[in-house]
Design a protein around this ligand. Structure first.
Ligand SMILES: [Zn+2]
Length: 142
């Protein structure tokens, strides 16, 4: 990696399943087998019951934008080639949230409350979950 390369995730023992699924273009959410709650981001123990029996559930990767901003200039190291890009906190239908990028048609117009669906983007051999506006979803004003 050079000093100007885009930083990429480094899977840990407890997040490896998430990244392996992404590499197969499947989106999963960690789940606790003891209390059945969804967990994001992947953790070593359940933050709800401290259970250690954790696994993965396949997610439809649908949710809505909880917060959103666009990087139009002055990107951090490694992101200059990606300008402009959209960063969002997405609240999944499972009730957990994560930060990702909104990509594709209309991304720069993404607003809080817009429905999104997961997609995958390969960056230097690593597959990253990203989100697109869900054209088939009802709008926030509907
Ligand atoms: Zn639990």
């Amino acid at each position: 990696m050079t000093a100007t390369a885009r930083p990429l995730p480094v899977p840990s023992a407890w997040s490896a399943g998430y990244w392996q699924a992404a590499a197969e273009r499947r989106f999963v959410v960690q789940e606790c087998k003891s209390c059945d709650k969804a967990i994001m981001y992947p953790k070593r123990v359940c933050p709800h019951c401290l259970g250690e029996n954790l696994g993965w559930r396949v997610s439809a990767g649908r949710g809505e934008i909880y917060a959103v901003t666009a990087q139009l200039a002055g990107p951090p190291t490694g992101f200059a080639d990606h300008l402009p890009y959209v960063i969002a906190v997405i609240r999944l239908d499972e009730g957990v949230q994560l930060m990702s990028n909104i990509v594709g048609d209309g991304a720069l117009g993404a607003r809080i409350g817009d429905r999104v669906v997961v997609d995958f983007e390969e960056v230097e051999g690593t597959v990253l979950p990203v989100f697109r506006l869900d054209a088939g979803a009802e709008t926030r004003d509907a």
